[in-house]
Design a protein around this ligand. Structure first.
Ligand code: SF4
Length: 272
């Protein structure tokens, strides 16, 4: 009986505490091993782990910011519309000339669609984007005196502006934490981190809002995007080099990929 009790106590002592960095076999913090993949994590434990993740990201990417070039909320709105299905680098190559030619909402609203299409062509989906940009600029002029509104409710009424674009503009141009920007990097890494299981951006954002403190919302996205570009890439997550390794259950990442990540081998499985 006493032996059985001792075994139970040992099991409890060896069980990893959610959110607490696990110890390696040698007693050193093991960045190769994160929290358990299975099992349920309470909302409180997830929030605590999310806060630790934010702290770690802040140490690693203190200067991470919006990588789209812009000088005004108007420019960021247009640049974000252009960034759909396109890299920020490509958008930045286009927006310099775009804003020299049409520097504000009123002038861009009057641009001939064909001329606008020609300038933004290399960003892809240029016809739809040109139509959205013209509609957005016309709405800005007609309803907001040519200025970008500071509210999510007003922003999402603009043509071509969805919740993600509105969050980008409010967060990066106005410093207003209206939500968490969930782009392809943020969605993928949030799932791997076990902060959401949803592929749908709106549902993923809801989960992130629930576990992150509001002052973290803006920086979290910028820093997770930096991590996604440098370490937690779509095809080859480099878990061994990751600053979040001891906080990440690596949901949906194949064990082989995680172990061989330092050599660039393996691929990520589809997330659950
Ligand atoms: S690289 Fe991605 S999956 Fe791997 S530990 Fe880091 S955040 Fe988790």
């Amino acid at each position: 009986m006493a032996i059985a009790v001792c075994h139970e106590m040992l099991k409890l002592m060896n069980r990893s505490t959610p959110g607490k960095p696990r110890q390696g076999a040698a007693g050193n913090p093991s960045r190769a091993e994160g929290p358990r993949r299975g099992g349920r994590e309470s909302a409180a434990a997830r929030a605590e782990r999310a806060e630790q993740i934010c702290g770690r990201l802040a140490e690693t990417y203190p200067d991470a910011n919006c990588s789209l070039d812009f000088r005004s909320p108007f420019e960021l709105t247009v640049a974000t519309i252009l960034s759909a299905q396109c890299t920020d680098r490509r958008v930045n190559m286009v927006t310099g000339g775009l804003f020299r030619r049409w520097p504000d909402a009123a002038r861009m609203a009057a641009a001939p669609q064909a001329a606008l299409e020609a300038v933004i062509r290399t960003t892809g989906f240029f016809r739809a984007k040109a139509k959205n940009i013209l509609g957005c600029c016309q709405a800005l002029v007609e309803r907001h005196g040519g200025e970008v509104p500071r509210s999510l409710a007003e922003l999402v009424k603009l043509p071509g502006v969805g919740r993600k674009t509105a969050n980008v503009v409010l967060g990066s141009a106005f410093g207003i934490p209206s939500g968490v920007v969930v782009d392809t990097h943020v969605g993928r890494i949030a799932r791997r981190l076990g902060l959401t299981r949803h592929a749908d951006a709106v549902r993923a954002e809801r989960d992130l809002i629930a576990c992150l403190k509001e002052p973290r919302w803006i920086e979290f996205s910028h820093r997770l995007i930096a991590l996604g570009r440098a370490v937690c890439t779509a095809r080859k997550p480099r878990c061994e080099a990751c600053p979040l390794a001891d906080l990440c259950p690596r949901k949906g990442v194949s064990t082989g990929a995680a172990k061989a990540a330092g050599n660039g081998a393996g691929t990520a499985k589809r997330n659950r």
